[in-house]
Ligand binder design. Structure first.
Ligand code: GDD
Ligand code: MG
Length: 331
């Protein structure tokens, strides 16, 4: 058993209008459970309920508690870390690690993002990597299937006790660089980590001393004053103690409608979602309480929430983020 940290403070803008400022994507029900609930149930296979820490925005604390209640779980209130504002993943992880250190000293924790689908087999691979976490910041690598620019890329180096050392880590490269990385056998960073408190704080001290100082006494006094920084840029790109374990199982990021489409059931024409389709293929439809018809159009995402409607080419779903920026303040 180990400690588990669940990151549930992102906004998931690319799933607008399904995900909203007040209702981010990790809390959306996709299938039986939300991604957050699925992440909790996964974490419970590695840790008891009182060894799990959830970091989220304070505005979402009730969503967290309600969704846990729905799956018959309760979180220790002291382990619900409520951020007054999002400062990205490094402060979120540092806060949870500082809480763990204060409660039990030296310990190893697995960090789970809450925006993925993950095969259960991964849990064994994570447990098997514990010896590696004794003296490394451990990442889990996934074989890329396209030059995606939204991921971190890892170049595996010399073999270690399990997995290998990391020669280089590059967060969110541009398209050309990503293409080169794919050909050169780099792995995607899955966004899950295995971290030992002592190693994590040594590296934080070395590369982000201001952040380390802010967490020296546990909770930082002024969260909003912390630097907005992800663990990827803040530690993994710069630390020389990063290791990678290749994941040998299904992993997917549920970041956009293309991913939801890929994950959904398709009719023989490749359409996913309840609608009437005539001469239409490869479309994704999400709507409730409405008759929807698509004629002569292909590869669209059509998402209706009553108060908002999105029609988007399925290969441009990353631009939903720009759209939301334009709507800012209106919804
Ligand atoms: N509590 C909290 N506070 N959680 C946060 C915050 C925050 O300020 N910001 C993000 N998160 C959560 C998100 O909800 C998500 O579960 C996780 O942390 C990762 O954040 P994302 O914003 O989704 O990161 P990303 O997808 O752009 O990139 C990361 O994941 C990729 C794999 O999906 C990086 O680690 C990449 O290197 C990686 O490839
Ligand atoms: Mg993500």
């Amino acid at each position: 058993l180990m400690k588990c940290i669940i990151l549930a403070g992102g906004s998931g803008t690319r799933l607008w209008p399904l995900s909203r400022v007040q209702f981010p994507k990790q809390f959306l029900k996709i299938g039986d459970h939300s991604l957050f609930q699925a992440t909790w149930l996964r974490a419970r296979k590695l840790a008891s309920a009182d060894e799990i820490y959830v970091v989220t925005n304070e505005a979402h604390q009730y969503l967290v508690n309600n969704q846990l209640e729905e799956v018959g779980a309760t979180l220790d209130p002291a382990h619900l870390l409520r951020e007054p504002c999002g400062r990205n993943t490094l402060p979120a992880i540092a806060w949870a690690m500082a809480t763990i250190r204060a409660e039990c000293g030296d310990a190893i924790a697995v960090v789970f993002p809450s925006d993925h689908h993950l095969d259960e087999a991964a849990l064994q691979e994570i447990e098997a990597a514990v010896p590696l976490a004794e003296d490394h910041l451990v990442t889990f690598g996934v074989k890329p299937d396209c030059p995606h620019t939204g991921y971190g890329y890892i170049r595996p180096g010399a073999p270690l006790v399990c997995g290998s050392a990391v020669d280089s880590f590059k967060e969110k490269p541009d398209k050309e660089t990503a293409e080169g990385y794919c050909q050169a056998g780099y792995l995607w960073n899955s966004g899950m980590f295995l971290l030992r408190t002592t190693i994590f704080f040594e590296e934080l001290e070395r590369y982000q001393p201001a952040m380390a100082a802010a967490f020296a006494a546990g909770v930082p006094e002024e969260y909003a004053a912390l630097q907005n920084l992800s663990i990827d840029y803040g530690l993994l790109e710069v630390s020389e103690r990063v290791a990678v374990v290749p994941l040998d199982c299904a992993w997917s990021d549920m970041g956009d409608f293309k991913a939801l489409y890929d994950h959904a059931a398709h009719d023989p024409k490749g359409n996913a979602g309840k609608a009437e389709y005539i001469d239409a293929t490869g479309n994704y439809v999400h709507a409730k309480g409405k008759a929807i018809g698509l004629i002569g159009v292909n590869n669209l995402a059509v998402v209706d929430t009553g108060d908002a409607l999105l029609v988007c080419a399925k290969d441009q779903t990353d631009k939903v983020r720009d759209l939301v920026a334009r709507f800012k303040g209106q919804q």
